[in-house]
Write a protein of this length. Structure first.
Length: 175
C-alpha cells in the first residue's frame, strides 16, 4: 500500500477509478455524474493523496482543516472504489496518515467527520477506535443544497498507542 501526494497530473487517473456512484453517495459532490463535477471536487482537495493498494489505484484520502497552532488536523474526503472494499486498504491508509500526524508532525489531535447517516464510515471510525464526539446538526450543504448532519470523531495523541496497536493487529495476517 502506498499513498502518493495528489498533483494536477493525477486527475485523469483518479477520474478513471471514480465512476461507481456508490463511492459518491454520501460525499459533498456527486463526482461520478460528470467530468465537470469531478473536476470541481478535485480542485477542492487541499492535502490529498492517491491511494494505491496491491499496486492498483483504489481511491483518495486527504488531510484537511490543518490548524498548526492547535497541533490538529482532520483526515477525510476519503473514498475507496468498490475494488478496494474489504481489502484493508482504508485501514492501512488510516494507519499511515495517523502515524505521520502523531509521530512525524507531533500533532495532539486528529479529527474525522462523516455524514451522520453513513453507518459504514461510523463503524470504521469506532473500530479504529476513534472517540465519538457528537453530531453537528445541519452542519453542511451537500449535493446541490441537501442539508447534512455530521458525526464527529477524534483520536488524541494520548490514544495513539492503543489505536496504532489495534490497526497493526487488524492488518497482520493473523488479524
Amino acid at each position: 500500500m502506498r499513498l502518493v501526494p495528489l498533483e494536477a497530473k493525477h486527475e485523469d487517473e483518479l477520474w478513471d477509478v471514480a465512476q461507481d456512484e456508490r463511492v459518491w453517495t454520501l460525499m459533498r459532490i456527486s463526482g461520478h455524474e460528470s467530468r465537470e463535477l469531478f473536476h470541481e471536487w478535485f480542485e477542492s482537495v487541499d492535502m490529498g493523496f492517491l491511494h494505491y493498494f496491491d499496486g492498483r489505484l483504489v481511491g483518495h484520502t486527504s488531510y484537511l482543516n490543518h490548524r498548526p497552532a492547535d497541533r490538529s488536523v482532520e483526515i477525510g474526503n476519503t473514498w475507496v472504489s468498490p475494488a478496494g472494499w474489504g481489502t484493508g486498504a482504508n485501514t492501512e491508509a488510516k494507519l499511515l496518515l495517523l502515524q505521520h500526524a502523531f509521530e512525524s508532525e507531533h500533532l495532539l489531535r486528529v479529527e474525522f467527520k462523516t455524514d451522520a447517516t453513513n453507518g459504514r464510515a461510523r463503524a470504521a471510525l469506532a473500530a479504529l477506535p476513534a472517540t465519538f464526539e457528537g453530531v453537528h446538526r445541519k452542519h453542511m450543504l451537500v449535493r446541490g443544497g441537501e442539508r447534512r448532519d455530521s458525526a464527529w470523531y477524534a483520536v488524541l495523541d494520548d490514544d495513539w498507542a492503543i489505536v496504532k496497536a489495534n490497526l497493526e493487529r487488524r492488518l497482520s495476517p493473523a488479524g
